[in-house]
Design a binder for this molecule. Sequence first.
Ligand code: SAM
Length: 476
Amino acid sequence: MSAQTRRPGPQRPRGSNSIQASRQVAFGVLMAVDADDAYANLLLPHDIRRAKLAQGDAALATELCYGTLRRRGHYDAIIEHASHRPIGQIDVPVRNSLRLGAHQLLAMRVAPHAAVNESVALARKHASQSSAGFVNGVLRTISRDDDETWTALLRAGVTNDSEALAIEHAHPPWIVRAFGTALESEGRGEELEALLAADNDAPRVNLVALPGEAAVPENAEPDRYSPVGFRLGAGDPDAVVGGSDGTLRVQDEGSQLAALMLSRVSPVEPGERWLDLCAGPGGKSALLAAEAAIGGATLDANEVTPARADLVRRAVKPFDDIVDVHTSDGRDVGSRHPNTYHRVLVDAPCTGLGALRRRPEARWRKQPSDIAELSALQAELLRSAIDAAAPGGTIAYVTCSPHLGETRAIVGDVLRRMKETVTAINAPDVLRSIVGDIDLGEPDPTRSPAIPNVQLWPHRHGTDAMYVALLRKADF
Ligand SMILES: C[S@@+](CC[C@H](N)C(=O)[O-])C[C@H]1O[C@@H](n2cnc3c(N)ncnc32)[C@H](O)[C@@H]1O
């Protein structure tokens, strides 16, 4: 790692030039995300433990880090304005000191002198004495106005609505447009602002109690929709999960519903064979395995990346008598095992645009070009899943993205090209049979074929923006 990208070490004693441990940890993660493409949600908990932060300091480090990363593009635009320099021309440690300072000045109730002084100290320590003066000057300029005023200033430079929303809600404009298009396709374009705002709220930790193995704890708050999901009112989720032998797991409610829509689409016949084509790290495999065990079915869980296949093995450990884990390219599974499986899940690799609220930096990393690359793979995996399905079998196509290029475009194309082989099952009806009443968008009647799919949304359902389509293979 170069001197420019060096990450700060653990907690240091405080002094006139010292930096509070929470800021040190947050800054280290910002640096690793910027310079080494690290994932904040994986690195931050590790660094908090390493620095032995007490609970309050850990919460502060989390807000500093996630808050700064979520609004990074917004702060960059303000920094460029205040410094008259493109963000890409500011050294990595200097720009991250500035971002951290900007977040404290504009979005947190931190005393301005503390926000400025600690960012200056970070720049002095991780860059140079001269950069400390630059950071001081830029942050003092930023501190003269509040976030509302800066936002109005940035907005004054744009003329179209999606760019204005992008500035206000700190999302890249192309993502705002993609979300707008997806909502409009359900006749819900007016919900765009609520969706963008929901992406900026950290989600509460959601858990699943694997059916047949564990019950929702009595003191827990049951999920709004998932019959096996819950949240903890108090208590440490890690401790609850750790003490459960793998039968209580952290899992978004939307992911639970996607797995249950496949396992409960029809009564399970003993001896059924199920396939999870893209299983890593194994969250849905674990829930499918629990459901399979109850119904007398077996599960093949496939994952192309060996390290992620190991995570699947760990996730399905309570069910190792009925689950086999394989490490194949899912695109080959259909030709190798044609007409074999009664239920197939394709939880396709996707942009993850539906889970931006839990991956703070992700929105700034994604590119529109990711869609074209992924959609070719998604289509191949879905075709392989259809080949692998037994006659009369069910295929669930799932993405954690609402981008129409990854959802309806893929399913619509398959339905058109393979209309002799597959038909769409009414997914909203299947979901309602599991959860009761739920407010879902209507399929757009102007699109052909109209696909009765399910699109969940953070702002409406409190879940990740999970997409589910169910297909039935013809019974030749
Ligand atoms: C969205 S994730 C699946 C999440 C998983 N179902 C869960 O709930 O934990 C997609 C997975 O597909 C895997 N993958 C990517 N390309 C693949 C391929 N060609 N064949 C099989 N798996 C693939 C990725 O490594 C990733 O683990």
